[in-house]
Ligand binder design. Structure first.
Ligand SMILES: NC(=O)C1=CN([C@@H]2O[C@H](COP(=O)(O)OP(=O)(O)OC[C@H]3O[C@@H](n4cnc5c(N)ncnc54)[C@H](OP(=O)(O)O)[C@@H]3O)[C@@H](O)[C@H]2O)C=CC1
Ligand SMILES: CC[C@H]1OC(C)=C(O)C1=O
Length: 331
């Protein structure tokens, strides 16, 4: 998001030490529906913090498909009450700490996915707002080499990639196929597979214009799904990581005794689906990879979007063609 000022440093000093206002600017919806239910509000209550939480002045927030699925009412049975301020991913500055917070202080620059269980009672007041409350255990200190926007695009996607590859048992020397390698999660799954899990062979799928991108992320084999079907190629893999929803085909290309992990849609055995758990310690574990540049956030060139352009940003994300992450500066 191109904020009113070009830099997000405006957040680091003034708000960090200043008084916290009672109300804030935020995007919200009070009914389920498509992007048209999103309304910009300029006097939403700033959330209170619990003893184990910090209040963050949000400098940048990222969008995820789960935001749109939740807004459509797909998870209403386990959602928090309406009205909702959407947004899972945030990066910003700590402005208040709860009495039980031990590892963070006012002024710390942090990032994280604010909902521990993505679909079970996600917070009513999310990250597409000037302030958000989040448990200390769900955030980490922002990598020193990333700006707030780059950092905001990481948490939910990188935690999903990490958890999915870990649950699938990916380890050094194994092979992995990433279905949807150019997306927010897939672009990180390729990098983690190579750099963190030590995969010997990483294959990934995308459309023609994105094949070189897959290789730049570390893929040994880039499969153009507009020209060939991965399930009709001879290769079999120890792990198949499906970020598209192709579980039925994915199980056809896994080796005997291998794993198929899917993020969305149905999958027959031996495949399984999981829902990401937010965990600040995963971000801390990945910090050396992020600060060294071995793992890089991929920011969609369509962005950044201004805080006022959240509806446009979701329209772009919902079209299913995003390359890396969409994010929004909140200043
Ligand atoms: N279970 C969980 O905990 C989680 C589930 N998810 C889900 O995973 C899915 C992916 O999330 P995310 O990465 O954020 O999504 P994105 O919106 O970032 O994915 C967009 C990308 O998907 C690619 N894509 C679309 N169709 C295909 C296809 N048939 N084959 C290969 N690539 C394709 C596009 O590439 P191209 O333009 O080349 O088609 C585009 O780059 C979503 O459904 C999301 O809801 C995400 C996070 C957590
Ligand atoms: C059931 C998967 C669901 O959970 C998240 C976080 C998504 O993006 C989904 O589609």
């Amino acid at each position: 998001v191109a904020s009113s000022s070009s830099s997000s440093s405006a957040v680091t000093t003034a708000e960090a030490g200043g008084a916290v206002p009672a109300t804030m600017k935020a995007w919200a919806y009070d009914e389920y529906g498509d992007g048209t239910v999103l309304k910009f509000k300029d006097a939403v209550p700033v959330p209170d913090i619990a003893d184990d939480q910090v209040l963050v002045r949000v400098a940048a927030a990222a969008l995820n498909p789960v935001d749109s699925k939740r807004r459509a009412g797909k998870f209403k049975a386990t959602d928090s009450p309406l009205p909702t301020v959407p947004g899972y991913d945030a990066a910003g500055v700590v402005v208040k700490v709860g009495s039980k917070v031990k590892g963070l202080k006012v002024g710390d620059e942090v990032y994280g996915n604010i909902n521990e269980k993505a679909l079970e009672g996600p917070k009513q007041s999310g990250s597409l707002a000037e302030y958000t409350a989040v448990e200390e255990k769900l955030v980490a200190i922002k990598p020193s080499n990333l700006d707030f926007a780059q950092a905001a695009g990481l948490p939910l996607a990188v935690e999903t990639a990490h958890e999915g590859l870990e649950r699938a048992g990916l380890s050094a020397g194994k092979s992995v196929l990433v279905l949807g390698g150019a997306g927010g999660v897939g672009s990180l799954a390729i990098q983690l597979a190579k750099q963190v899990f030590g995969a010997a062979k990483v294959a990934a799928t995308a459309s023609t214009p994105k094949l070189e991108l897959l290789k730049s992320l570390g893929a040994d084999l880039a499969i153009d799904y507009t020209k060939e079907n991965f399930d009709q190629l001879p290769d079999k893999y120890d792990v198949v990581f499906d970020a598209v929803g192709q579980g039925e085909k994915a199980v056809k290309v896994v080796k005997e005794g291998g794993s198929v992990v899917v993020l969305t849609g149905a999958v027959p055995p031996p495949g399984f689906r999981f829902v990401v758990t937010s965990d600040g310690s995963v971000l801390e574990k990945l910090n050396p990879y992020l600060e060294s540049g071995k793992v890089k956030p991929l920011v969609d060139p369509k962005g950044p979007f201004a805080f006022s352009q959240v509806v446009e940003a979701f329209s772009y994300l919902d079209a299913g063609r995003a390359t890396g992450k969409e994010f929004v500066y909140i200043l």
